[in-house]
Design a protein around this ligand. Structure first.
Ligand code: SF4
Ligand code: SF4
Length: 166
């Protein structure tokens, strides 16, 4: 009997000095794999213009019908994206999304990207609808916020001629 108790205490002592296997989330966040598909982001070019051109191909490709896009026309005085149109409304219903990444694959401008954030929680159905304001990334350091006033005819293609437009 005594032997079993001592043996048991020995096992306890041995494990007390080992590295813990539990991750202390949320203080410690585990890095995700490179191919992880998390919360979406709408990207911008370095000059601040939005990559999304409101074509709605992502919405068409979405098997869960989770994306709603409403496009509007750009002008050179009020320009959100290169080319003719931008997404005036862009919404993703995260309650429907199955994180398949089809939207990302369908996007011709690489505007919508499933990034690494997995911290998604909602208190009601309405807050599970992520609007454009929530999805779009901040303006880069050398860029300007949208809408921008640009010189006439400078951005007449959906993907601008820039050094590295991706
Ligand atoms: S990840 Fe899939 S389900 Fe989610 S919005 Fe994109 S296409 Fe739709
Ligand atoms: S995210 Fe891409 S596919 Fe979707 S509307 Fe914008 S440009 Fe088109």
């Amino acid at each position: 009997m005594m032997f079993e108790i001592v043996k048991g205490l020995g096992t306890t002592l041995k494990h007390m000095f080992e590295e813990p296997v539990t991750i202390q989330y949320p203080e410690v966040k585990r890095p995700v794999r490179e191919r992880f598909k998390g919360r979406h982001e709408l990207k911008r070019y370095d000059n601040g213009l939005e990559k999304c051109i409101g074509c709605a191909l992502c919405a068409a490709a979405c098997p869960a019908d989770a994306i709603f896009v409403e496009a509007a026309e750009n002008t050179d005085d009020i320009r959100y994206s290169p080319g003719e149109r931008y997404a005036r409304v862009y919404e993703i219903n995260m309650l429907r999304c199955i994180f398949c990444g089809f939207c990302e694959d369908a996007c011709p401008t690489e505007a919508i990207v499933l990034e690494s954030s997995y911290e998604l929680s909602y208190v009601d159905r309405e807050s599970a609808i992520f609007t454009k304001d929530k999805l779009i990334v901040p303006v880069p350091a050398d860029g300007q916020p949208t809408p921008q006033k640009v010189e006439p005819g400078k951005f007449d293609r959906a993907v601008p001629e820039m050094k590295d437009p991706t």
